[in-house]
Write a protein that binds this ligand. Structure first.
Ligand code: B12
Length: 230
């Protein structure tokens, strides 16, 4: 059996090099050998994308490389997610997640969706390039508690505000917690446009969403998340 560090390094390399099938196989093997899903997320998935982002910014990798790595990353995310048994029987609450209209970045969004599932949310991940109308329609249809929006481009960031405005116009603003994030988004911007939660990373997003549910008396089921008091 390969040692743990070597397994992690191989998975990271496979993702960085855009080898989706290879990454999937390596992750399945690592899980079988006892590596925890959370360790794979922290040490492989997040690290691999950091490296890709770095290489992209320094012109060492180009758009096709990034697309391949992104695909591998999304495949890897699904494998880890399934291994963690994240289809929740007990539901802490319901979240609809999407990257806003005109924006094709979905890696951060997928991570946020996974982390939300991890703490007990039922998550409807609508993917990228989602219009304000479609997002609100979905939230209404599934009786969501939280609307999560990701924007990765300065040019698409205003779409978040557009969704909030549309919620206001429809008289629905107070029905939902609006949580936002993405590389160009800041806490200051979130405050200015009237979003409820901003965080810079997926793990913290899930914890803040869970806290919001507790503080706003929105928990749909009394379950272990609250019995444990955390
Ligand atoms: C991968 C990537 C792509 C891929 C996307 C593939 C995919 N399936 O997602 C491709 C190649 C398609 C792409 C295309 C483009 N990209 Co691009 N891309 C990136 C890159 C390298 C990495 C982004 C990423 O996935 N990071 C890893 C994830 C894990 O991080 P993250 O998304 O930031 O998410 C974390 C947090 O932000 C947060 N978070 C994210 N969403 C949310 C949501 C909520 C609710 C919360 C609470 C938190 C949260 O949690 C996440 C995990 O902790 C970045 C560079 C960078 N440093 O960010 C550029 C970058 C975002 N891209 C950029 C640009 C300019 C483009 C293009 C315009 C390039 C072009 N000329 O065609 C196009 C635009 C396409 C479009 N219409 O969207 C610029 C944006 C600049 C700007 N300020 O607007 C960046 C910053 C690169 C750069 N330095 O110039 N890109």
């Amino acid at each position: 059996m390969k040692d743990r560090e070597q397994m992690l390094e191989d998975i990271r390399q496979a993702i960085q090099n855009g080898k989706a099938k290879g990454a999937k196989k390596l992750i399945e093997q690592a899980l079988e050998d006892g590596l925890e899903g959370q360790v794979i997320i922290d040490r492989c998935l997040l690290k691999a994308m950091d490296k890709i982002a770095e290489a992209f910014s320094s012109d060492l990798k180009f758009v096709p490389d990034v697309i391949l790595a992104s695909r591998a990353m999304n495949v890897a995310t699904v494998v880890v997610e399934e291994s963690m048994g994240l289809e929740m029987a007990k539901t802490l609450g319901t979240a609809v997640t999407a990257t806003v209209r005109g924006d094709l970045h979905d890696i951060g969004l997928n991570l946020v969706s996974m982390m939300l599932r991890n703490v007990g949310f039922k998550v409807y991940n609508m993917g990228c390039d989602v219009s304000a109308d479609a997002l609100i329609k979905k939230a209404e249809e599934v009786n969501a508690d939280i609307i999560c929006m990701s924007a990765m481009l300065t040019t698409t960031m205003p779409q978040i505000q557009g969704v909030i405005k549309l919620l206001e116009n429809k008289g629905l603003r107070n029905k939902y917690c609006v949580m936002i994030g993405g590389a160009p988004v800041t806490g200051r911007y979130a405050h200015r446009i009237g979003a409820d939660i901003y965080t810079g990373d997926a793990g913290e997003a899930a914890l803040k969403a869970k806290k919001w549910m507790q503080e706003n008396g929105r928990c749909k089921a009394v379950n272990e998340y609250f019995i444990n008091g955390d």
